[in-house]
Design a protein around this ligand. Sequence first.
Ligand SMILES: [Zn+2]
Length: 460
Amino acid sequence: MVPPPLPAIVPVTAEIRLAYVLGHFEEAYGSVPTVSIGYADTQPQIEVSATDHQFFAGTHPYPPEPNWREWAGQRLPFFFDGSPARPLLELLPDGRARVNADVVSAAFYLLSGWQEFFSAERDQHGRFPYASSVQARYGFVAVPVVNHYFDLLKTAVEHVTAQPLRARRWAGGAHWAAFITHDIDNLNSAWKAPAKAALRRGNLLDFGRQLWRHFTQKDAWDNLELVQQTVAEYGAKSTFFFLPEHRKAANGTPNADYSIRAIQPNIAALQAAGAEVQLHASIGTSIDSTQLAQAVTALARTPGTEPGLRFHYLQWEPRLTPLVVDGLAFEYDSTLGFAEHYGFRNSYCLPFQLFNFRTGQANDFLEIPLNVMDATLHHPRYLQLAPDEILPALTPMLQEIERFGGVCTVLWHNENFDPANQRNGPAQFRVLMEYLRGRNVAFVNGQDVLVRSEMMRGKK
Ligand SMILES: [Zn+2]
């Protein structure tokens, strides 16, 4: 698919990059003492060396290759690093510090979503492909590089102020958080795959048995209560994203296999039991506000909650979707992860605001980045991890989120709570939940993340 043409954009000056990045830095650490951070022209206390500023005057999706440098015991990519022979950080005696790589520009590049905004690469669902990302090219998708850049800035601030800076805690004093979510695409289709397989084998008896079960018994994917109870066993709360569109998209891509009206009592029951209910927006709505507005009216969200959403198939058009989401006053989105790989699409493990290239400022809505999707772990086109490989594969990423006090967003579809799925099914979900609980995570829903972020931004 081809993206829409690039819109007119505001020139991304050094001041704009600084304001956007330092805003996020301050939010990450709560109260940052007044310290000036900037480029040499303003003679700040913490001077960031300026490099290759022509890049941001252009529209190229990719910057020059990063240098790999060690920071706090870890090798990390540094984009816009013009003086690799000098130490990354110089702590100077007169209450000053110098950062010898342009971490502000590098953080801006990754956090803003620059690569996908300017790249014209899209897959068959209109998504920016993981294969086209710098994360894939340089192999750092499971490392929140922007948080590491902030750690470097934090060390500089601590030197200048002689005061320690700490990441804000989560509810109950927890160091990090997990956001457990379920996209509800299918409630009635568990019988289809085994029935088709029986037909393919020519086993009519078995086919007949599957059909009989379909017409006489509850479908194995009609399991919303089970999903909520499973999550609740870990002291966690679920956020459900429901899809009010059951007609297929024009290109044949399926939306829901259920009618939102028919399951209204089930949704009400989930809400009564404490679940958050939000919109799973159908194919095409990510570039069509009229269609998205209709979807909003079709869903009864949990009363008293701010509106949030996730797009079906993780559809996201960087040149349009942020505009559509802000235009309809959604408070949060949780679509931005790569379908093909777990990790960090914007190289950041805290909720953040995407950059609005039309205005030169941050977008209003909060992005709660998506880190782990069940389908990613085992899928013909994504990864093919064996069940016992899943947790070991995810652990380094989870450790990074814990280290930086971030939030780990997990998407586990209700259909993968079907015990018949032994690859990325309920047993594998439980292993992940046990890990999270064992590391004393705070289990949060979308509202919890939103309220905390607004507090830290001083909005409320
Ligand atoms: Zn979906």
